[in-house]
Design a protein around this ligand. Sequence first.
Ligand code: ADP
Ligand code: MG
Length: 350
Amino acid sequence: MCMIRTVVCAWGLLLVLAMESGCAGLTPAVPGVVVKRTQLHMGTLVSVTAVALTPEDANRAITAGFMEIKRLEQLLSTWIPTSEVSRVNASAGVMPIRVSPDTFTVVQRAMQVAEMTGGGFNIAIGPAVDAWSVTEAQRIPAVSELEILRPVVDLQAVHVDESGRTIYLEKAGMRIDVGGIGKGYAADQAVTAMQKAGAAAGVVALSGDIKTFGRLPGGRKFPVGIQHPRKEGEVFASIDLEDEAISTAGDYERFFEREGVRYHHILDPRTLQPARTCQSVTVIAKEGVLADGLDTGIFVMGPERGMELVEQLPDVEAIIVGHDGRVLLSSGLKTRMRFPSISEAKGDAQ
Ligand code: ADP
Ligand code: MG
């Protein structure tokens, strides 16, 4: 057995991709090699794994996957002043901006997830994210400062026009932030690029946003581990995936502590404070864009309401760790998850 353990993220967060294959134990009936490469994109470590007949084929597919992620970063990043999202933000209160089909789709899907999660997911959160600046300044903004921002954190003022493929932020000072959904979309698109380039199977992992397609040589599905939200580097559960995406939002990814209180990067749009009811939310769905948007939105909704939503959605499953460490599992996962040390997740899976 060959175990490749990949910590796929900066900031000490992770989803761990544990793969058994590519080394020994290949079943001749399903031939193939497994090649994996890691690069930094979208502000995080990105691992791309391809299964193909030859190393050359696998490498070609991996390169195609990375190129797609780089292309999308140029469109979606708010750190790149010339990106389409930055241009939309710079034109807030002035005029609509025509964008590429990719940017339009990400924003449109974000609006759908906002609706599904009762406004828990809200891409108009940008000014509040900047005020908290969790990774850079690590300061606690005054309530009065956040109140001033409230009128511009307004999803109703984000206008998405399908006919002209434009996005318009109605009020000056508005800023959209697709950080809670863009990596999942990038994982989907990178998988499509890899398939076009000839990969038989593979995994694209942008830190905790992972999309798998096909199976490993030998026929095994791709095993993916879920990070323990309070024990850095420790996996508390794992699951085998085939043609599925998995995405985790956690309060341990980017945070700072002051006087025993943890301040992290997922904000509740109602309070503009860090959302308080979950430690982590992992969503499994067919599409990365949905898994990524939902993990953030459900994190804000909280364990009970979040799980209610998951149970209503077809082909969506979730593992939610509440603020007290209690683990909630959606009905479709009860027989699929493996818990090597459930007691260490401080609670019983329900
Ligand atoms: P990551 O994988 O980068 O940690 P998440 O899926 O956990 O991303 O989403 C967190 C990011 O989403 C934040 O860094 C911020 O940019 C943005 N964000 C924070 N709160 C919200 C919210 N309520 N709705 C939508 N996006 C949010
Ligand atoms: Mg997300």
